[in-house]
Design a protein. Structure first.
Length: 125
């Protein structure tokens, strides 16, 4: 079922992530990188799902992995700030739940894109 509706899942998850990130208060410097990775997926995945263009799903994986990396970096930054003090000087004011929230959405996006990739490789033109 996920293979059949993978693009719709990607579209719904990216839409929920976009709405959730807009709801969260003032973004930090690294939040903007996550948003850069997430916001275009709403439009790209929506149009691809509507037109049935299944072969685009593998191209979401690098974008979602970059966003996941930013989210994991922010979580580590909150948990172990001494490790990164020389690299990142901005104070992180957002709660930990927002970074975990973003990380979960990016994990779901990668998982859905991988499952959609399996289906798109089975399609014969």
């Amino acid at each position: 079922m996920i293979q059949k509706y993978g693009l719709y899942i990607i579209w719904v998850v990216s839409s929920l992530g976009t709405l959730g990130s807009l709801y969260i208060g003032e973004p930090s410097y690294l939040d903007w990188y996550q948003r850069i990775c997430l916001f275009p997926l709403v439009f790209i995945a929506g149009i691809a799902a509507w037109r049935g263009f299944l072969s685009i799903a593998p191209y979401f994986i690098p974008q979602a992995l970059i966003g996941l990396g930013c989210s994991l970096y922010q979580i580590l930054l909150l948990k172990k700030p001494a490790w990164f003090s020389s690299f990142y000087s901005e104070q992180v004011s957002s709660p930990l739940c927002s970074f975990v929230f973003a990380g979960i959405f990016f994990c779901i996006l990668v998982f859905s894109a991988l499952l959609s990739k399996k289906q798109s490789s089975q399609i014969v033109l």
